[in-house]
Design a protein around this ligand. Structure first.
Ligand code: EPU
Length: 441
């Protein structure tokens, strides 16, 4: 069943929206729960297909997982586990499953985890993960598409990452929690999700300092000393940025709740330079608005605290109708401009040369049928549809469902005219009335 959005563009978004737990944090927290031979409860877990995949990875290993949607919590009982294998069927669906490698090594010194392979947005190698584990003392073989990692003991050491890779920092942090002695990860990723993982690990009894800086020190503790805990995931900064863009792109005004503004400093600064207004209402509530046509800006995507690559496509959508010319340089991925052909189909004027895009703002986008090629490109096209004149159909919603919970529900509550439908029934009419979750109005 192929699901699509039908969007009737041109509505000004207004109202209030609440941001869910961070996908890129919660996936790692869930993997980390298996370090505890006990029961751990994680709150603020959004209902996303990626979360379902991680729960399947854990269940496949023998952990018992209960997802309580109403409470937005997951309870993981990892007292006894029956397997150390993360299958290709699951890892190939979601690269983040590879994080289970470090968690399994920390727990039991053995892991067999499928190699994720490339993905649409880039090559996305895992060489730093492997080299770092070897430096900690693991013996690694790659056979039949699987990483087989084993160690009689892991011993802390200094690890330097060539690039501040988020996944490698997390995998090595997880593996080092129960290593003998201290591990120092240099040129570590500094993303808020790294800090969240370190905070969670410290809550269950690990000894980690420096998370959020370029040098993280993990003093190894005994596996038996790790204990059950409850923990609440941080809000999703990329979801927050997505809604902020949707609001200013439609020249609207909205209150965004459950957001940590400090996690979006660079993005906020760029939006303000474009002419948007961002006001702090409470420590975790902001009011975002734009009255006039935005101005173009230039930016380069960079590891945190730089401009997030995960908001690049979304910001590009804003530039398509901004005043002037904007230049984007994508420095993290080789192929993260997949939204460009579809934005052009909606009337955008974009010239792309390798990892640079030059966007000349046009007055207005026009609705078209477009295809979500990955999660963030998909969200960018939805925003383009909300800004465009006429009707836009966005296909391949399974990409968007990986990272946005109740996307159309939240947008409808802000006044967007958007409905989800599937191929097999005629597309319903769109309306901007407030709807209940899952209901098509
Ligand atoms: N890299 C290597 N070798 C490695 C690891 C990474 O060459 O061993 C390269 C990658 O090829 C890439 C760059 O380093 O070009 C950055 O990759 P990184 O490891 O930092 O990214 P990741 O951990 O695979 C996470 C997020 C991505 C986000 C990036 C960058 C999760 C599940 N994913 O990926 O999120 O784009 O960090 O911030 O945390 C998304 O949510 O849409 C998404 C793709």
């Amino acid at each position: 069943m192929a699901e699509k959005y039908r969007i009737h563009g041109g509505e000004t978004l207004k109202g209030e929206v609440s941001i869910g737990g961070a996908k890129n944090s919660v996936l790692k927290l869930l993997a980390a729960t298996i370090l505890v031979k006990g029961t751990t409860k994680i709150y603020n877990v959004p209902h996303l297909t990626d979360v379902d995949i991680m729960l399947n990875v854990l269940s496949d290993l023998g952990a018992k997982c209960i997802y309580n949607r109403e409470e937005q919590s997951v309870t993981v009982d990892a007292v006894s586990m029956t397997s150390v294998t993360a299958k290709y069927e699951l890892v190939s669906k979601m690269r983040a499953s590879f994080i289970i490698l470090g968690a399994l090594m920390s727990r039991g010194r053995e892991a067999i985890v499928a190699l994720p392979g490339g993905c649409a947005i880039g090559e996305r190698r895992v060489d730093f993960h492997i080299k770092g584990l070897e430096a900690l003392g693991a013996k690694i073989k790659i056979e039949n598409g699987y990483v087989h990692a084993k160690a009689s003991k892991l011993v802390g050491t200094d690890i330097y990452l060539d690039i501040p890779s988020v996944g490698a920092t997390e995998n090595l942090m997880l593996a080092s929690v129960t290593a003998e002695g201290s591990t120092r990860i240099q040129n570590a990723a500094q993303e808020p999700e790294i800090v969240d993982l370190a905070n969670f690990l410290n809550t269950i009894g690990a000894d980690i300092t420096g998370a959020g800086t370029s040098e993280i020190v993990i003093n190894g503790v005994k596996q038996e000393s790790l204990h059950s805990a409850e923990y609440t995931t941080i809000p999703d900064r990329i979801e927050a940025g997505t809604f902020m863009a949707a609001v200013v792109g439609t020249r609207g005004k909205a209150i965004i709740k459950n957001v940590y503004p400090a996690h979006l400093t660079f993005f906020n600064d760029k939006l303000i330079k474009m002419g948007a207004s961002i006001k702090l209402v409470e420590p975790t509530t902001i009011e975002v608005s734009a009255k006039n046509r935005l101005n173009s800006i230039n930016f380069v995507t960079q590891p945190y605290p730089g401009f997030p690559t995960d908001l690049q496509a979304i910001a590009m959508t804003l530039l398509t109708v901004s005043n002037g010319v904007g230049i984007i340089t994508e420095s993290l991925y080789e192929n993260r401009f997949m939204q460009v052909p579809d934005l052009r189909r909606m009337g955008a004027d974009i010239h792309q040369d390798r990892n640079h895009a030059i966007i000349k703002g046009v007055k207005q986008l026009t609705g078209a049928t477009v295809v979500a090629s990955d999660l963030r490109a998909g969200a960018a096209l939805v925003i383009a549809g909300l800004m465009a004149n006429g009707e836009t159909i966005v296909e391949k919603l399974h990409h968007i469902d990986r990272g946005y919970e109740d996307f159309e529900y939240k947008l409808s509550n802000l006044g967007a005219k958007i409905v989800r439908y599937n191929d097999e029934i005629p597309a319903p009419q769109v309306s901007s009335s407030v709807i209940n979750r899952g209901e098509i109005s």
